[in-house]
Design a protein around this ligand. Structure first.
Ligand code: SF4
Length: 336
C-alpha cells in the first residue's frame, strides 16, 4: 500500500477549551467558528477537548461547578454544529496518560522557561482577587504541550499573537527529543483569524471582565446587553458625526451585520444614524444569528446524558492513542 502524498495527508489538529462558564459571542467568533471550519475540512483530523484540568489552575476551589460547566460546554459545541462523527470530542481528565506525561515532561522543563511566560504574569495580575500563585498555574504550559503530544497533534490553531505561546511547547518537545531521541511530534501553528470582539466596556470580550453577550442568552437579555455598550463618546445624540473605528458596536457589526456594515459606517459618520437605532440593528442580527443555536441547544438539553455519551465515546477513541504515546515515551526514558 502506498502512503498518500504529504500534501494530501490528513493532519491531526488539536484545540482545547477551559470549561469556565457559558460561551459568549467573543468565543463564538474567535473559536467556535474556527473549529467548525476545521471540522468541515477533510484535510484535518480534529481533536477537540474540554480542558477541565486546566480549569483547576485558576478555579481549583470551585470544582462543584465543574460538572455543569463541562456538560454546558459540550452542549454548546454540539448545538453550534460540532459533530462527534467528524471530530473527536473528549475530556482531558478522562485520559489519565495526560497526567503521567505531564509529570515526565515537568522533569525536563526548566523553571526559567515557565517563569518567563507572559500569560503567567498576566494571570497573576488579572486575577489578583484570587490566590492563583500555585504550581499548577506556573506549570500549565507543560500540561499544554502534553495535551498536544499525547495524541500526536501536528497542528494547533492559533491567532498571530499566540504563535509565541506555542513556541514554548515546541521548545519543550525539542528538549525532550534531544534528550531521549526523536520521539515526540513537534507541533506547528495553524494560523487562524481571530477577530477581536470587544465587550460592553470596549475591552476584549471576556467573562472575567463581565462585559459579554452570552450565546445562550434570550432575546431580552441580548437586547439589554447591547443597549449597555459604550459607543463613540463624542457622539452624544443622533445628528452628531460618529467614529465607527473606535466604537465596539461597529466592531460587532463587522462580524454580525456584514450586509449592512457599509451603510452603517457611512451613516454613523454623517450623523444620520443614531446609536440607539444602530444598537437595535445589531441586536436584531445577534438575535437572528443565535436563535437556531438556542433552539438546538434546548432540544439537546432536553435529552439527559447527551454530553456524557459524547465524552465517553471520545475518550474511547483517544485512550488507545494516548496509551501508545506513553508506551513510546516510557521506552525512550528507560522507565521499564
Ligand atoms: S452610530 Fe453605531 S457605530 Fe456609530 S458611534 Fe453610534 S453605535 Fe457606534
Amino acid at each position: 500500500m502506498t502512503e498518500p502524498a504529504l500534501a494530501t495527508r490528513t493532519k491531526r489538529v488539536l484545540t482545547g477549551y477551559r470549561p469556565t462558564g457559558a460561551l459568549h459571542v467573543g468565543h463564538w467568533a474567535g473559536n467556535v467558528e474556527n473549529m467548525l471550519a476545521l471540522q468541515a475540512d477533510a484535510g484535518y483530523d480534529c481533536y477537540f477537548f474540554v480542558a477541565d484540568w486546566h480549569m483547576l489552575t485558576t478555579h481549583y476551589d470551585r470544582t462543584d461547578e465543574l460538572p455543569g460547566f463541562v456538560e454546558g460546554l459540550v452542549l454548546d459545541w454540539l448545538a453550534a454544529g460540532l459533530d462527534p462523527e467528524r471530530a473527536v470530542i473528549y475530556r482531558q481528565s478522562d485520559i489519565p496518560e495526560v497526567a503521567e506525561m505531564a509529570l515526565l515532561l515537568g522533569m525536563i522543563t526548566p523553571l526559567g522557561w515557565l517563569e518567563r511566560v507572559p500569560s503567567y504574569k498576566d494571570r497573576l495580575r488579572d486575577m489578583s482577587e484570587r490566590d492563583v500563585s500555585n504550581f499548577g498555574l506556573l506549570g500549565y504550559p507543560v500540561l499544554q504541550v502534553v495535551d498536544i503530544t499525547i495524541v500526536r497533534g501536528e497542528l494547533v490553531p492559533v491567532g498571530e499573537d499566540q504563535v509565541a505561546h506555542l513556541e514554548l511547547s515546541r521548545e519543550i518537545v525539542r528538549r525532550f527529543n534531544r534528550l531521549y531521541g526523536d520521539v515526540l511530534v513537534e507541533p506547528q501553528p495553524l494560523l487562524s483569524e481571530t477577530p477581536l470582539i470587544p465587550g460592553s466596556d470596549g475591552r476584549k470580550m471576556s467573562k472575567s471582565l463581565d462585559n459579554t453577550i452570552g450565546v445562550r442568552d434570550g432575546e431580552d437579555a441580548i437586547r439589554a446587553t447591547v443597549r449597555s455598550f459604550i459607543t463613540d463618546p463624542q457622539k452624544l445624540r443622533k445628528g452628531d458625526p460618529g467614529r465607527p473605528e473606535i466604537c465596539p458596536i461597529f466592531a460587532l457589526h463587522r462580524k454580525f451585520s456584514p450586509d449592512d456594515v457599509a451603510r452603517i459606517e457611512a451613516t454613523c459618520r454623517t450623523g444620520e444614524l443614531g446609536c440607539v437605532d444602530c444598537k437595535t440593528i445589531l441586536a436584531d442580527h445577534l438575535v437572528e444569528t443565535f436563535a437556531p443555536f438556542r433552539e438546538r441547544r434546548a432540544a439537546l438539553a432536553a435529552s439527559p446524558g447527551v454530553a456524557r455519551d459524547v465524552l465517553a465515546a471520545g475518550a474511547d477513541k483517544v485512550r488507545p492513542v494516548a496509551r501508545e504515546t506513553i508506551e513510546i515515551v516510557r521506552d525512550a526514558m528507560h522507565l521499564r
